[in-house]
Design a protein. Structure first.
Length: 155
């Protein structure tokens, strides 16, 4: 009986772990801008925690998940391009400060740094009720429109 309880607890916890992350898929609504994206990819680890899919980056360290009004900071080896000018591949710091994560919306600004100066990389706003989203880089006006949804999960 003791082993049956342990097995039942394990069997019930595995599906919960498998379904704990909900990837957010955002597709650009303008075919001519299909190469742009909300980057890095997003997922919800629970309804109130937004995470960035960066743990597989070379040299990843830090925290990749954030709750409403909190902050997340991570480092990874990436190529940064700003206004069409490449800053090369190097260890880069990223942060998200004081995002809004509610039942109705997700809004955040992601910044990057390779030293003491932080630069805004991207502003993102997602309406969780309709799936409508807009993402714009700091030097853009208007931004790109997206339609977002929670990805279907499979085991």
């Amino acid at each position: 009986m003791k082993y049956l309880k342990s097995f039942a607890a394990l069997a019930l916890s595995v599906p919960m772990m498998a379904f704990s992350a909900s990837p957010i898929i955002c597709e650009n609504e303008s075919p001519e801008h299909s190469i742009t994206s909300i980057w890095p990819s997003l997922y919800l680890s629970d309804p109130n925690t937004l995470c960035f899919d960066v743990k597989g980056w070379p040299e990843f360290s830090g925290t990749n998940c954030v709750k409403n009004g909190k902050s997340a900071k991570w480092t990874g080896l990436v190529i940064v391009s700003e206004d069409g000018e490449s800053h090369g591949r190097d260890s880069t710091n990223f942060r998200v400060m004081n995002p809004t994560i509610t039942d109705e919306r997700i809004e955040y600004q992601i910044e990057w740094s390779r030293g003491d100066e932080w630069r805004t990389m991207q502003n993102v706003a997602i309406n969780r009720l309709t799936g409508g989203a807009v993402s714009y880089f700091i030097n853009e006006h208007g931004g790109d429109s997206y339609q977002c949804r929670i990805s279907n999960k499979s085991i």
